[in-house]
Every structure is written in structure tokens, then in C-alpha cells.
Design a protein around this ligand. Structure first.
Ligand SMILES: Nc1ncnc2c1ncn2[C@@H]1O[C@H](COP(=O)(O)OP(=O)(O)OP(=O)(O)O)[C@@H](O)[C@H]1O
Ligand SMILES: [Mg+2]
Length: 528
């Protein structure tokens, strides 16, 4: 059977005149007949037309009920049609839709578009009706109200396939298109903020526009490939997680010295998967109940981040006692670096009225309790400089499924940064740089800083020579430090030797050490 749009001219003419006569008679009846009769006729006229009109129509309105919220179904249909029917529709409109990152094309009003679903043809039309404005009883003026709705028309013999399968397909695909095109957000729970009762969410947000990608990250290529594959596999595993009965989420623990790219990697993850980020400031959370509320408000396709987890929560009961001892540990860890001193982190002050009552068990519940399954498709990422300080329960597999160590910059990492910063892939100085990087410890943050032009006239050659100089300095500093340490041991040993020699014996170990110290001093002087 032909659709209404494709009937022959003659059929249209016959139908048109019948309809006109019918409308005329109907107008007279409406005016003169009593309400009961009119109501009866209205009910049965639909049935009568149903006998000779073999099409079914479904309307999807933009606003329903109180007009406060746009209908989800309408938005999904709009997104679906914008990508699927833009080829068949001839009049389209382009708009910058709220929360969308680019121009969105959609069918213009009264435009018809066809779609094909498993060999079944359907027709979509966007209609607009205007209800006239006027004055209310209080004489306040209210404007004309435009109501838009999509009308879907299909033959009645396809009722089941269209009302169930096709509509589901349209809504699901439309939702996915909306997620893909949306403006991504960076959410945070502001510390100490008193949430007004009318405010519906505990998160505040800005548009997320971090430029980091895995391509621009200085990371061992094998490791990079492994992490990307892990993330992409996760994002495509909805059915797998459902089959094994596990909530669709995955925990990542990123650890390493400051400036090795933990925060940068989170931004790269979000950009790879087009996820939002919820940056959770744990010390600003009053208690476990508030933590759960925050969790419930997060949406799917997002990364929940807790940075410096060791500084955020008294996981071992030792947080306040830490300090100097850990600083010492960290200095040991990053002694090869330069700018690390400013980046050493103190345990964070609790900001919620000075008494955050979030406990370890509250946090464990947050990660994998019953509530954690709400929303689905989420990554939970913890970062820390002190992985060994964390409670094993917190980071066991299943909670933090993947542990990623980020460390000092390798030569491969340097090459990525040289390509990003200087647009150089190969240079005669690279061999020397490779040798120097083999014996020094420099974080990617320091490498990046040293590759930056220091004046407007610095060309890539100059930046590379600055970098080599910085590597030499780090090497010299490390050698000096080693020398100081050995000298210290040596002095104490010398005292022992003096006693032993007085007693008539020699000490081979100390003699060996002396040679080593002499070599180190020579190396340190050479590098100065
Ligand atoms: N692996 C990397 N690749 C590219 N750039 C990096 C990398 N690591 C660090 N950087 C650069 O150094 C800066 C600091 O890095 P980032 O903030 O990610 O370090 P971090 O590991 O999170 O440090 P912290 O432990 O102090 O939070 C970044 O802005 C980035 O420019
Ligand atoms: Mg960081």
C-alpha cells in the first residue's frame, strides 16, 4: 500500500473533496448539535476513518505536561533524525543546542523524511502548532506558544516491529548521538559550600576542555598501547559485564612521583572515551551519607577521580602524624628532578567544618557497594605519590582493577615531548640525550619545562642545547649527592679503620669504597 505522500493525484483529489464535504458537515454538527451527540460522533469518527486509513501515526511532543522540561524522547528522536535522515530531508535547520559542542542539524518544520528499518518504510514529519497568546484574568500578557512535535507514520501491518523494535532503536541511537555530541563537563564538589535547598545537585561544573591526549603523552609505547586497549575494551563491554553479573565500572590506580603525568593521563582518558570527569574532593565531604549522595548524582560515561588519595583520607589512622618522614621519603624518590620541591604535597586539611567523617569503609562502599552500580559505564581513578601507604583493602584487584606506575621520563618519552614541543623527530643530539637520560632521573614535567623556549628567539636547536645542559646539571647534582652519602658512610668507616689499624688489621671494604668515592668525585668535577 502506498503511503499518504505517494498516492496518485486522482486519489488525492477524491479524498480531498470527500474530506472537504466531511469537514463542512462536521462544522455544522459541531455548531448546532447537543454536546452528548457531538462527543459520541467524535469518538466514532476516529473508528470509521481507521477502517479505510491503513496507517498508524505516533506523535512525540517536545514538551509534556508543565512545559518545564524538554521531553527526553523528543530530544532523542531529534538527534536520531539529525544524523539518519539529514540525507533524505531537503530542508534542514542548524542550531547551537544547549550542552552540545557543535552545530546540530535537524529537520525543518513541516519537512518530511523517510527512514528504512529492516525493510520497513516509515515517514517522519516535524509539525508545529501555535496556540495564540492573550491576556490572563489579571491582565498579564502571555505570548503565543509554539508546540513542536514529530509525527511518525507507518503501515498498520508493521505495528509490532515499529512500536517496539524501531522506536527502541531510535531512542537508543538518539541517546548515543546526544552523548557523542554533548559538551563534556568537569564537575567538582566545592569545599565548604552550603548547598541551597533549591539547588538540585551537589556538583558544580565547568566545560571540560583539557587538550591532553595519549598521543601527546610521554609514555612507554607498549604501556600506552596496553592502557588504550584496556580503556577501549571497557567502554565496549556493556554486554560482557551484564553477562558476568558485574557492575559496569573499572578502577584505576595511578601512582608515581609528582610530575609524571597522573593528572594528565586522567584528562587523556576522558578525551579518549569522551567521558565527563567528576573530580571528588574527599576532604570536602561531610560524611559517608553525603559521599553516597554525590555518587548517586554522577552520570554514566564518566570518570570519578580522587586525586592524592593518601592525603585525602585518614586511611591508616596516621595521616596527621605523617609529614617530615614522608617528605624525606619523597625527596629520596625524586632526587633526580629539579622542580619537584614545590610539588611535594602536605596531607590536606579537612575542609568541611574541619571534621570530614568519611571513613575507609564508606569509601570502599562508594567504590563497590550496592550503590556503585547505579549509572554504569564509569571509571574510578585514584592517584597517589605513595602507593605503599594505602590500605591494601582499598587497592586490591576488583576495586582498583588496574595499577599503573608512572615514572621518570625515558628516551622514548623524550621523543614524544620533542615532537610536541619542538616538532623534531630526529636530531644529531639525540644520541647524546639518550645516553644522558640513561643515567639521570627527570620527570616528564621537568623534561617538558626544559624543552620550552626561554626567550622568543629560542629555536629548536637552542631548546635542545638548554635541555642537554639541564641533563648535565641533574647528572652532576646526583653524583655530588651520592658522593656526600658515601663520604658520610666512609667517615664513620674510617673511624672504625683507625681503630682496626691501631689494632694492626686492614679493611678491604673501606679501601674499595675510597676508590669509588674518588671516581665519583672525578665524575662530578667533569660534569661541572
Ligand atoms: N607523561 C607525560 N607526558 C606529557 N606531559 C607530561 C607528562 N607528565 C607530566 N607532563 C607535563 O607536566 C605537567 C604536570 O603533570 P601532571 O600534573 O600530570 O603530573 P602529576 O603526576 O599529576 O603530578 P602530581 O603528583 O604532582 O599531581 C603537565 O601539565 C604536563 O604538561
Ligand atoms: Mg596530579
Amino acid at each position: 500500500m502506498l503511503p499518504p505522500t505517494m498516492m496518485s493525484q486522482q486519489m488525492w483529489a477524491t479524498m480531498g473533496s470527500t474530506l472537504a464535504s466531511f469537514m463542512f458537515i462536521w462544522a455544522i454538527i459541531r455548531q448546532y448539535c447537543p454536546y452528548e451527540l457531538r462527543h459520541f460522533l467524535e469518538r466514532y469518527s476516529h473508528r470509521v476513518t481507521g477502517y479505510f486509513y491503513p496507517y498508524i501515526e505516533i506523535s512525540i511532543h517536545e514538551f509534556t505536561g508543565d512545559r518545564l522540561k524538554r521531553s527526553e524522547a523528543y530530544s532523542s528522536v531529534e538527534a536520531y533524525l539529525s544524523s539518519n535522515t539529514s540525507k533524505s530531508a531537503k530542508r534542514l535547520k542548524a542550531e547551537m543546542v544547549k550542552d552540545s559542542s557543535n552545530l546540530v542539524l535537524s529537520m525543518d518544520e513541516y519537512e518530511r523524511a523517510t527512514d528504512d528499518f529492516r525493510g520497513t518504510k516509515v515517514w517522519w514529519v516535524l509539525f508545529k502548532s501555535v496556540s495564540p497568546g492573550g491576556r490572563s484574568m489579571s491582565m498579564a500578557y502571555y505570548p503565543d506558544q509554539e508546540k513542536r512535535f514529530y509525527k511518525l507514520t507507518f503501515h498498520k501491518k508493521y505495528r509490532d516491529i515499529i512500536t517496539v523494535d524501531y522506536l527502541n532503536h531510535v531512542v537508543n541511537e538518539g541517546k548515543e548521538i546526544r552523548v557523542r555530541n554533548r559538551q563534556r563537563k568537569l564537575y567538582t564538589n566545592s569545599p565548604g559550600y552550603k548547598w541551597p535547598s533549591y539547588k538540585q545537585t551537589m556538583w558544580s561544573h565547568i566545560v571540560f576542555e583539557h587538550p591532553a591526549t595519549f598521543e601527546t603523552m610521554a609514555l612507554d609505547p607498549e604501556k600506552k598501547k596496553e592502557i588504550i586497549e584496556d580503556l577501549v575494551t571497557f567502554s565496549k563491554s556493556k554486554d560482557f559485564y551484564a553477562r558476568i553479573g558485574k557492575a559496569w565500572k573499572r578502577g584505576y590506580l595511578l601512582y608515581g612521583p609528582p610530575g609524571t603525568g597522573k593528572s594528565t593521563m586522567i584528562a587523556a582518558m576522558a578525551n579518549l572515551l569522551a567521558y565527563d570527569i567528576y573530580d571528588l574532593e574527599l576532604t570536602a565531604v561531610k560524611d559517608n551519607t553525603e559521599l553516597r549522595k554525590l555518587l548517586i548524582e554522577t552520570t554514566s560515561k564518566s570518570i570519578i577521580v580522587i586525586e592524592d588519595i593518601d592525603c585525602s583520607l585518614d586511611l591508616t589512622g596516621q595521616m596527621k602524624k605523617r609529614g617530615a618522614a614522608e617528605k624525606g621519603f619523597l625527596e629520596e624518590e625524586v632526587k633526580g628532578g629539579g622542580a619537584w620541591k614545590e610539588r611535594i604535597k602536605e596531607p590536606k586539611e579537612e575542609v568541611y567544618g574541619g571534621s570530614s567523617k568519611v571513613t575507609l569503609s564508606g569509601l570502599l562502599n562508594f567504590i563497590d557497594g550496592l550503590w556503585s552500580a547505579c549509572g554504569g559505564e564509569r571509571l574510578v581513578v585514584f592517584t597517589t605519590n605513595y602507593v605503599e601507604k594505602l590500605d591494601p583493602a582499598l587497592i586490591r584487584r576488583g576495586r582498583m582493577d588496574k595499577h599503573i606506575a608512572l615514572s621518570y621520563c625515558t628516551f622514548d618519552g623524550f621523543r614524544v615531548l620533542a615532537k610536541n614541543y619542538l616538532r623534531i623527530e630526529r636530531h644529531e643530539t639525540f644520541d647524546e640525550i639518550e645516553k644522558l637520560m640513561g643515567v639521570t632521573k627527570m620527570t616528564p614535567a621537568d623534561v617538558a619545562e626544559n624543552l620550552m623556549p626561554k626567550s622568543p628567539n629560542d629555536d629548536p636547536e637552542k631548546c635542545l642545547s638548554n635541555f642537554i645542559q639541564a641533563l648535565e646539571e641533574v647528572k652532576g647534582e646526583a653524583a655530588k649527592k651520592k658522593y656526600e652519602e658515601i663520604k658520610e658512610i666512609d667517615t664513620s668507616k674510617e673511624e672504625e679503620v683507625a681503630v682496626e689499624e691501631e689494632e694492626g688489621g686492614g679493611n678491604k671494604e673501606v679501601e674499595g669504597k675510597r676508590d669509588l668515592v674518588a671516581n665519583i668525585i672525578r665524575a662530578a668535577r667533569a660534569s661541572e
